[in-house]
Design a protein around this ligand. Structure first.
Ligand code: TNX
Length: 518
């Protein structure tokens, strides 16, 4: 019997109720594929990777870490002859098309698995779905089984991101790479790196060694700071790219620049370097606008960042420039927007930049929804990061000893129950009930997707970073991936139940959330 699960129906085969973000169509056939018997004896798995796949070695590596698939080998070599008592081999076929939509079809029968991606990313996301259907670990002599059926899936939005603030506290390359693995489990595909702020400059720039020698040596509090060399940055970009995560670098301008102003005197209007800053106040710094020195600096920085970044976006910040006059701010943003385009990239900025006249391709990241009118007037595309729902730096509960609360205490349900089509006016700092239509919402075709910013003023360790990020990033991933009418908080709670254990295996310590835990 074949059972198709429509939006409103209850799940038929509970064994599929473990996948986050929820797939868009599951057709269960109510049978079982056994990958290992209850004595733990694995069935041989014959893998057939289609030649068009770009990174076969990585796919093999990923699969070899999945319980039940641990015996697979690369290539299309025939299995060694076996005698009649051996179990029938499982076929595992992987192929892809070329439509760039990140979709996949995962088909499971009692003797075979196939993943056919719409592109390389689709294959990779299909593998993440397969991973989530498998047990977290091998678990000794236990059977490993999969439910049979077909999952046909593709994302609602192309932008499903997290921002890491490596400026307020520095995080080493290794931490960033670990975080990319956790994002990829949830099919998140944009890593926005906030590389500069008042408290730290985190990327080496040729010709400006003081930026990292001085500007890179501080962070909030007394820690030593740190920075990425070009090689470090390229290694992050490459690791992310192999996992279909695009790096979006941000150099925050013209405010949030004290680290640069303390490193290079000529960037200040009075020609004097400022003192390094280790506090958490915002809004007090500005590059001196319109001078040849500032122009040369911005051009050198953005040119080098553009060269090192294969993705199309350069994020120029633009937030909270309270020490720049409005006229100078607009002129600076317009010039910088043009420069980014000359460098062959697309500009992105915090919503504040919409005060300026922007190129039509420029993407605005909405965080407190104060520029809705200017964004609509200019018909700009947005990434939705409403603080009250997506700010991963806000406390998840009052008991947390890290995190801010200026946008509220954001538990996982609040991170889940909102929709990017519902931004509008005053609603952004309050919980927006799913199903309620605002009057001035951005049309869906101008919404690239969603992103959760993780500002790092209040924490310095990687385990703290992951406590703030999860489980809320998993909830946000579902907001970005799953069709709106297929989302339900109760469904998320059910499907997420086994995930804390899965995340622990990736070195992630998700925060407890009473609504999710037993
Ligand atoms: C506002 S959100 C900021 C950041 C802070 C954050 C703290 C935004 C564009 N700017 O500079 O880190 O609040 O929550």
């Amino acid at each position: 019997m074949t059972i198709t699960r429509a939006a409103s129906e209850v799940a038929i085969d509970q064994r599929f109720e473990v996948i986050v973000p929820r797939p868009n169509l599951i057709t269960a056939t109510e049978d079982t594929l056994t990958l290992a018997t209850d004595q733990g004896a694995p069935r041989p798995v014959v893998v057939d990777l289609a030649p068009e796949l770009t990174d076969a070695a990585l796919l093999i590596e990923v699969m070899a870490n999945m319980p039940g698939l641990d015996g697979i080998v690369a290539g299309n070599e025939p299995l060694p002859e076996r005698d009649g008592s051996d179990p029938v081999a499982v076929r595992l076929d992987i192929s892809r098309g070329n439509d760039g939509s990140e979709g996949y079809e995962l088909n499971i029968t009692p003797d075979a698995i196939s993943i056919s991606g719409s592109d390389d990313a689709g294959v990779f996301w299909g593998l993440q779905t397969l991973r989530q259907l498998l047990p977290v670990s091998r678990g000794g002599a236990k059977a490993i089984e999969l439910p049979t059926g077909t999952i046909t899936d593709s994302p609602r939005f192309e932008w499903r991101g997290v921002m890491l603030d490596v400026a307020r506290h520095f995080f080493a390359v290794e931490d960033v790479l670990r975080f990319i693995d956790a994002m990829a489990l949830y099919k998140m595909n944009r890593l926005h790196l906030h590389l500069s702020d008042d408290q730290g400059w985190r990327l080496a720039i040729e010709g400006y060694p003081e930026l990292t020698e001085i500007g890179g040596s501080t962070q909030v509090g007394n820690g030593p700071g740190g920075f990425y060399t070009h090689g470090d940055y390229r290694s992050i970009v490459e690791y992310a790219g192999a996992r279909h995560v695009m790096v979006v670098p941000e150099i925050d301008l013209p405010g949030h620049t004290n680290a640069a102003l303390s490193s290079r005197p000529e960037l200040n209007c009075d020609g004097l370097a400022t003192e390094p800053f280790r506090g958490i106040e915002v809004g007090f710094s500005s590059l001196c606008i319109g001078t040849p020195e500032t122009k040369a600096f911005v051009e050198a920085v953005l040119t080098q960042v553009a060269e090192m970044t294969p993705g199309p976006y350069l994020h120029i910040g633009g937030d909270e420039a309270e020490s720049t006059t409005p006229a100078e701010y607009r002129a600076f943003i317009e010039d910088t927007d043009a420069l980014v385009r000359e460098l062959g990239k697309t500009t992105m900025g915090w919503e504040d930049v919409a005060a300026a006249d922007l190129h039509k391709s420029t993407v605005v990241q909405v965080w407190r929804d104060e520029q809705a009118e200017r964004i609509d007037e200019q018909n700009l595309s947005i990434v939705a990061s409403p603080a009250a729902h997506t700010y991963l730096d806000q406390k998840l509960s009052n008991e947390m000893d890290i995190g801010f609360t200026w946008a509220g205490v954001i538990d996982t349900q609040r991170a889940y129950e909102w929709d990017p089509t519902q931004l509008g006016g005053a609603t952004v700092l309050g919980a927006i009930p799913v199903g309620e239509e605002p009057t001035d919402a951005t049309p869906e075709e101008r919404i690239l997707g969603v992103e959760g910013p993780l500002w790092s003023e209040t924490f310095e360790r990687y385990d703290q970073l992951t406590q703030l990020a999860f489980p809320r990033a998993a909830a946000l991933a579902e907001v970005g991936w799953t069709q709106r009418d297929l989302r339900s908080w109760d469904g998320f709670v059910t499907r997420f139940a086994g995930h804390p254990e899965r995340l622990a295996l990736l070195g992630v310590t998700p925060s407890p959330d009473r609504a999710l835990g037993p």
